[in-house]
Structure formats: structure tokens, C-alpha cells
Design a protein around this ligand. Sequence first.
Ligand SMILES: NC(=O)c1ccc[n+]([C@@H]2O[C@H](COP(=O)([O-])OP(=O)(O)OC[C@H]3O[C@@H](n4cnc5c(N)ncnc54)[C@H](O)[C@@H]3O)[C@@H](O)[C@H]2O)c1
Length: 385
Amino acid sequence: LTSTQPHRTPDPFRDGRSERMFEVSCRQERRYEVHMVDDVFAVDSRLAPLLAKRKTLAVTTPTVWSIYGQRLEALRSALGADLAVFVLEAGEGRKSMDMVLRICELCHEHELGRTDSLLSLGGGVCHDLVTVAASLVRRGIPHVSVPTTLVGQIDAGVGVKGAVNFRGSKSYLGCFAPPAKVLVDPAFLQTAPARTRTDGVAEIVKIGLIADANLIHLLQEPNSLLSCETPSTNRTQMVLWLAIRRILEQLSTNLFEDQTYQRLVDFGHTFSGQVEELSGYEISHGCAVAIDMALSAAISLTLGSLSNTGFQRILTLLKECSLPIYSPLLTVASCQGALRSAARHRGGHPNLVIPHRLGSGGFVTDLAILSDDVLADSIARVRTP
Ligand SMILES: NC(=O)c1ccc[n+]([C@@H]2O[C@H](COP(=O)([O-])OP(=O)(O)OC[C@H]3O[C@@H](n4cnc5c(N)ncnc54)[C@H](O)[C@@H]3O)[C@@H](O)[C@H]2O)c1
């Protein structure tokens, strides 16, 4: 049967009410590759096709540019790549929205389109700035990460987060913006400042203490990253790759931090931001993380979740790594402030990560457990261990 009646859409507003709902749901799968590579500036490297295919603005820092600029220039010439370079004054004090906007201005000046790319060639600060800029330009353009410090290679440069400091608050403004690709070349570590090596070791200790005791054992072996001046040996590369894998395993289940607010990788990152801020960024990120790890271990001991032997082992390990275990900036008041700030960041609970034994950790979710007395006792344990 065919109807001769014209099809009429029922008048949705016939009932005189204006409230309506349309639910939009979206799921965006993101994937990216992290490669450990041999010579990132070689013409047959994994970087070459990325530069050859699209216009790129590389962002780097003065020291990195002075050491590696010629090699990047040579690669540009060999490929005939459309590559502009911006050398920015790096440093924690420069991790600001002004710097991000400067990068955005240059993207505009060089007429970068949606498929063109930013490239960060530097440490964690450079990476953080580039990631935020990449998330803003045209609401998001690709960015390739070539981290040149240990922190960059095992943490900042392989993850999806970018951030700037804002109004005195560490990494207060930021974004989640996965990189198009990450290329880790261990050779950069040979020239990275010693301070960045120590900071990176703090992050390796972090991941080892809560996720893989074997990583700690490897780190302590002779010729590992700790003692080795030339981090290109098999042993150092093994530690580096294992640390990267363990971090990525932790990050990848909760990449956008929307699955849970309980993240083991937050170990050492509850009190550390406060310590960095209060020191006027005189205390580096890694050292602040170490101070935080020692205090969190002391809290674990105070709460009966870690043995005294386990606690002493962690302190010894941190000292062996030339990392600090205490700062006078740790007071009950500053720690309570940091815990409240962490709770605002972590869905209403501090979710303080505490080590239970080597290679495993847990969470303190209730602020009430972290009383002034518990904090005072724990601070005393790291002040005079
Ligand atoms: N986004 C994240 O997920 C994340 C994670 C961890 C840390 N971070 C951030 O990373 C920053 C710390 O990064 P960092 O430790 O890499 O220090 P950094 O980026 O401040 O770099 C330190 C100095 O080392 C120089 N440098 C870098 N690589 C070099 C090399 N190969 N040879 C010679 N000089 C080199 C730089 O020019 C700079 O002067 C902090 O701001 C921290 O908040 C971010």
C-alpha cells in the first residue's frame, strides 16, 4: 500500500513546553608511539619523515640549541624541510602563559595549519610549554616530543600533559594533549646538566618504589644511570627503557585522569609542589619529589603500613641517589595546605600515595587520618632519621 498522505513531522513544540534534551556522547581513541632511537638527527631516523611531511616549528632552549642546533640544521637541509626554530629562554620561572602565547604567535607568524606540527626539543619545561601551545593553536595541532633530559625522557616528554605555573601555583593551568610521536634518544643525557639527571633519577625511584622493585635493584647496580657518566651503555638504556615502560603502563590505563583519582604515579607529588613553590623554585622538581617520597614513607611508617626496615631502606636509597630527604619547608601547616590542595585536584580526597614495601604502594584517602599529630611525627622522622 502506498500512502497518499504527505509525511508530516509532528510539531515538537505542540505541548507549549520548551525544555528538550539531546544527549551527545563521544569517545575519542588516542594512540601514540614512544620510540627509543639511536640517532634522532640521522637522515634515516624516525624524525626525518615527520619533518619532511609537514611544516614544523621546533621549540628548543639555548643550551640544547647550542649543542644540537647544527645537527638539526643539517637534517633540515638534507630533507629540504620547512622547519622554523624558536629558541626560548627556559627555566621554571619562564613556564608561564606568556611563553605559551609567544609560541602561539610564532605558529601564527609561520602560518601553521591543522596538520602542521610543533616539535619540542628540550627538557620538561620546553615540553610543558609546547604541549599547552599545541593544544591551543587552532584548538589543537600535532606535536612531536624529543625529550633531552632524563625527566623529559621518562616522564614529562612521554606523557600527555602540558602545564604552566600560574599565580605562584605550580602547573596550575594545563591540558591533556597526546603527542603525535615521542622519540627518546639516550645520547642527549650525556650533555644534560647533572641536576636534571638527579631529578630524573628521583622519578625512576618513584616508579620503582611503587611499581617495580626490580627497577630499583637495576638502578643500584654498578654502571647504571646512577653512577654512569655515559648513559649510552646497555645497562643504562635498559634502566631507561624499563622506567619508561613502567610509567607508560601506569599512565595508559588512565591517560586523561578521568577513570580514577587514585594514581600510583602521584607518589612524591603531593607535598612536592608546595616545597617547590615555597622555595621560590630554588628546590628543583626532582629534589622536591624526593623530599615528598621520604615524608610519604615516614607517614606510611607512622600509620603502620611500612616497616621500619622498609623506611630506612627508602631513605638510604634516596641518599645513595644524592637526593634530599628533608626540607625545613615541611611544616604541619604547609603539609596540611598541600593535602587540601591535592584533595581539590583529586576529586575531594587527598589520595596520598604511600609505599607499603619495595615495589608496591597504596593510598590514604581520608584527610582525617592525616592529622596534625601524624604529620608532626612523620616530619620528625625525616628531620632526624
Ligand atoms: N608534563 C608532565 O607530565 C611533567 C612531568 C614531570 C615533570 N614536568 C616538568 O618538567 C620540568 C623539569 O624538567 P627538566 O628536569 O627536564 O628541566 P628543564 O626543562 O628545566 O631543563 C633544565 C635545563 O637543561 C637544559 N638542557 C635540557 N636538555 C639538555 C641537554 N641534553 N644538554 C644540555 N642542556 C640541556 C635546558 O636548556 C635547561 O636549561 C618541571 O617544570 C616539571 O614540572 C612535567
